[in-house]
Each structure stands twice: as C-alpha cells, then as structure tokens.
Design a protein around this ligand. Structure first.
Ligand code: HEM
Length: 147
C-alpha cells in the first residue's frame, strides 16, 4: 500500500482536484488521444465531446484523493468502473500509459503547484489504484470466461 507521506500529499491536493479536476482530465484525454490514437476505438467519443467522460474521471480521481486512506468507501465506484472497463476491453498493460498521461496533464494544468513531490506522490497513488482495478477486472474477465 502507499506510504503515509503519499497519503498526506494526495489528500492535500483534494481541494485543487475539486476545483481543477475536469480541466486536468480533459487535458489527460487530449494527451492520450494525441499520443495513443489507437485507444480511441475503446471510447465513446461523444462522451468526450460533451465532457461527460472527463467529468466522470475527475469525480473518480477526486473521490480517490479524499478516500485514499478509506478504500472500502470506494468499493461501489470501483465495481462500476471495473465493469465498464471490462465491457470496453481495458487491459492491464494500458494502465501505465494512462498514468503517464494523467501525470503529464497534472503538470500541464497545475504548473508550479505540481511540485516533484506532488507528482511522485500521485505516481505512487495511481499505481496503487491501478492495481485495485487490474485485480478486480482480472476477476471479472475470468468470471465471464474472456481474457
Ligand atoms: C486508475 C485509473 C483509471 C480510473 C480512475 C478510471 C476511471 C474511469 C471512470 C470513472 C469511467 C466511467 C465509468 C462509467 O461510465 O460509469 C471509466 C470508463 C472508461 N475507462 Fe477508465 N479509468 C482508469 C483507467 C483506464 C485505463 C488504463 C483505460 C485504458 C485505455 C481506461 C479506459 C476506459 C474506457 C474505454 C472507459 C469507457 C469510456 C466510454 O464509455 O466512453 N480507463 N474509467
């Protein structure tokens, strides 16, 4: 699990994420579709255009920032997202790419607020969240007999 220091730093960024979360996730999709256009086929692009998917991701990231030390509170959200990921064939290998785009987006939007310490904390926190999704999605893929 993540270190106590990471928990503190990530929680301290929650107010920023509440305010600028959607700006960050909008930027993250921009970077991802630019650098990895092949993932576009997994996404409903109209949910990008109307901003609903960036809004959902921003809500999820904010919820994680506030509950990083109380993961059971995230269970139903994780469950819903994991099922959507399986429906759209998200693979474990895609998580590092999304993480890189997310950290780059934080840097682009937050500028100097995204200190190396903040970025390092979010890198560790993202990794931990990615593992939760990867494990749960693995179970769902197995239950459904697809992988
Ligand atoms: C920790 C990392 C991630 C978080 C927090 C996250 C969060 C979310 C959320 C909140 C949704 C919306 C679920 C709903 O409609 O109820 C979603 C959907 C989706 N995610 Fe993720 N996700 C993550 C990683 C990934 C990765 C690695 C991929 C791979 C490309 C991915 C691809 C998708 C796709 C394709 C959808 C469906 C979008 C659509 O309907 O257009 N996600 N994710």
């Amino acid at each position: 699990m993540v270190s106590q220091k990471t928990i503190e730093i990530v929680k301290s960024t929650a107010p920023i994420l509440q305010k600028q979360g959607k700006e960050i996730t909008t930027r993250m999709y921009e970077i991802m579709f630019q650098n990895h256009p092949e993932v576009k086929e997994q996404f409903n692009m109209s949910a990008q255009a109307d901003g609903s998917q960036p809004a959902k991701l921003a809500t999820a990231v904010y919820a994680y920032a506030t509950h990083i030390d109380d993961l059971p509170a995230l269970k139903s959200a994780v469950e819903k997202i994991a099922h959507r990921h399986v429906q759209t064939h998200v693979q474990p290998e895609q998580y590092p790419m999304v993480g890189e785009c997310m950290l780059q987006a934080m840097q682009d939007v937050l500028g100097e607020v995204a200190t190396p310490e903040v970025i390092a904390a979010w890198a560790e926190a993202y990794q931990a969240l990615a593992e939760i999704f990867i494990n749960r999605e693995h179970e769902i893929y197995e239950e459904e007999g697809v992988s």
